[in-house]
Design a protein around this ligand. Structure first.
Ligand code: ATP
Ligand code: MG
Length: 566
């Protein structure tokens, strides 16, 4: 392809609206353009990268035994009523009425549609297991579409859904998909981790998120420095300390005038934060509950939500705290607390700690669990920290940032039961399908690849998902010798099956170099003055910056070698 003819509208300036690097670079390199909030057009180079990712995804899905389908984007609201998600999914589901006043929605995901398809067409265990996937545009009316392709309203997803007759079969399918996902992200040339993820209220099953490691990621993940343990914050298990074996001191009430926050109280009492237990009030589906926690720890809201078995938890405001407990916030404590109290496990290991006295301007010191107060329930409710130990091997943990590019989930029978999707089993019994669902954010993968691989000059695409493999810079479009060499190199590489872009524009060398760096094609071949003088072409690797000079007739072989090696 020729640069002069291809639509690559590169920009010199960083567009003000783009906050993250992938968004900035995708716009500057002319890969995408915004139509409206969270909705983008893919330009030729952007689409080439998407197609590369899709090809890898397709090959690995097919290899794992999944079959490709293409399901409608417009879905009848009735199906969503059947599954119970018409209300539950909330405003991310875009709803509208057609001319016959029928309520419809734009598919944010396809569990309902696929379950409907399968219940109408698959009736016997003989057809199982069945795994169907598609690569398609999804629409989610995200509250804050941002970061370009990272969180769009319209985006491209690969979604797969599996149907099994037995639990064991469903577990095997899940493992197959997990392996396929690892191969996909490996083949994309990305550094990633599969992390244990929360299964939410569907429960009883398992789930993994695939995280591309990048400092700019929205998610925090925990990885063990010594073993393969990795989890997201919602799922990361906190190992509690050994119990403190100090002798219990007598409880005493002390005045702490105006000291409400952990830092103020501990400074005033001259203790460290791990010698204080704070009392946080949450509204769990609207009902107040107090959570006890070591002073230097934080509540993990999803752990609390799952533990309490509610749909939503929300930190109470000062007014809500006062209304529920009759105590001004900052002085709350478990002794004589009116609302239910639950404690994080770590609290039960502590001795002689400070707590609020449920009275303005007062705290207790040398409080002890069990002796001075009881709680309704104890559980791991806190956010893991980098000073915690690995729950698997006891090793040191690292908290790092990641971008969720894939999510696999053993669904069980939630959807098949709701939609009454059944088959006849071997024994002649009617049974519901056991399902799994598996998503990859194809367009997000492109953005995540850039977040992970870039420098100040632009994108550094891994070879497998770069729009093209090689760019040839003709630095003398008005010089017959240079042009002839560039053209012959271009056609020779094309003949060899190399994906090559020829920069044949009548532009200064400086701007050709800048654009080549910006768009991130892995290998750059420069045909310029050196060719005229010495007959050599410069080959530069975008990622390492390594440069080699090669005689024109050796270039194609060297390039073939380099492509094979990257
Ligand atoms: P997130 O927590 O980031 O909103 P999700 O849990 O809603 O993601 P899933 O429903 O599991 O995502 O969707 C499968 C995959 O689709 C995700 O792993 C992600 O890669 C991608 N994805 C989800 N929402 C978006 C979006 N708004 N823009 C781009 N990709 C998305
Ligand atoms: Mg989401």
């Amino acid at each position: 392809m020729r640069f002069s003819q291809l639509l690559i509208p590169t920009l010199k300036e960083t567009p003000a609206e783009a906050e993250v690097i992938s968004h900035q670079l995708l716009l500057r390199a002319g890969y995408i353009r915004k139509l409206t909030s969270g909705i983008y057009s893919y330009l030729p180079m952007g689409l080439m990268t998407l197609r590369k990712i899709e090809k890898i995804v397709r090959e690995e899905m097919n290899r794992a035994g999944a079959q490709e389908v293409l399901l409608p984007m417009v879905q009848p609201a009735d199906l969503w009523k059947e599954s119970g998600r018409l209300v539950k999914y909330g405003p991310e589901l875009l709803r509208f009425k057609d001319r016959h006043d029928r309520e419809s929605c734009l598919g944010p995901t396809h569990e309902e549609v696929i379950t409907d398809l399968v219940r109408n067409n698959v009736h016997s265990y003989r057809s199982l297991p069945l795994n169907l996937y598609q690569i398609q545009t999804k629409f989610r009316d995200e509250i804050r579409p941002r970061f370009g392709l990272m969180r769009g309203r319209e985006f491209i997803m690969k979604d797969a859904y599996s149907f099994d007759a037995t639990e064991h079969g469903a577990d095997e399918t899940y493992q197959k998909m997990k392996d396929a996902y690892s191969r996909i992200f490996d083949r994309c040339g990305l550094s990633f981790r599969a992390v244990d993820a929360d299964t939410g209220t569907i429960g009883g099953s398992f789930s993994h998120e695939f995280m591309v490691l990048a400092d700019t990621g929205e998610d925090t993940i925990v990885i063990c420095k010594e073993c393969d343990y990795a989890a997201n914050m919602e799922k990361a298990v906190c190992v509690s300390s050994e119990p403190d074996s100090s002798n219990e001191l007598p409880l005493a009430k002390v005045e702490t005038p105006g000291k409400r926050k952990v830092a103020a109280v501990t400074e005033f009492l001259k203790i460290s934060a791990d010698k204080l237990v704070k009392t946080m009030v949450y509204l769990a589906d609207g009902k107040a509950v107090a959570v006890l926690l070591r002073g230097d720890h934080e509540v993990q809201p999803v752990k609390l939500q799952n533990f309490l078995g509610v749909n939503e938890v929300e930190l109470a405001s000062d007014q809500q705290v006062f209304d529920a407990t009759g105590v001004p916030s900052g002085y709350l404590g478990p002794v004589g607390m009116k609302i239910p109290v639950v404690a994080d496990l770590e609290v039960t290991k502590m001795k002689n700690f400070a707590i609020g006295a449920n009275e303005k301007n007062y705290h207790y010191i040398d409080a002890n669990f069990d002796r001075d107060f009881q709680v309704e329930k104890i559980a791991d409710l806190r956010m893991v920290t980098s000073s915690d130990q690995c729950p698997k091997c006891g090793g040191n943990l690292d908290l790092t940032r990641g971008i969720e590019v894939g999510h696999i989930f053993k669904l069980g029978t939630a959807y098949s039961e709701a939609l009454n999707a059944t088959f006849l089993d071997k024994d002649g019994q009617e049974k519901v399908f056991i399902m799994g669902c598996y998503g990859i954010g194809v367009s997000r993968v492109a953005a995540a690849a850039i977040e992970q691989n870039h420098d100040k000059d632009g994108i550094i695409f891994p070879m497998p998902i770069a729009p093209m493999q090689v760019i040839v810079l003709n630095l003398g479009v008005n010089d017959e010798k240079i042009t002839q060499a560039s053209e012959s190199l271009y056609s020779e590489l094309e003949k060899q099956g190399v994906e090559v872009l020829l920069d044949d524009r009548d532009e200064r060398p400086g701007s050709k170099f800048k654009d080549a760096d910006l768009i991130g094609i892995p290998l750059r071949l420069t045909v310029g003055k050196k060719y005229v003088k010495e007959g050599v072409v410069e080959i530069r690797q975008r990622a390492s910056g390594n440069v080699t000079e090669v005689q024109l007739n050796k270039v194609a072989a060297t390039v073939a070698d380099m492509i094979g090696n990257t």
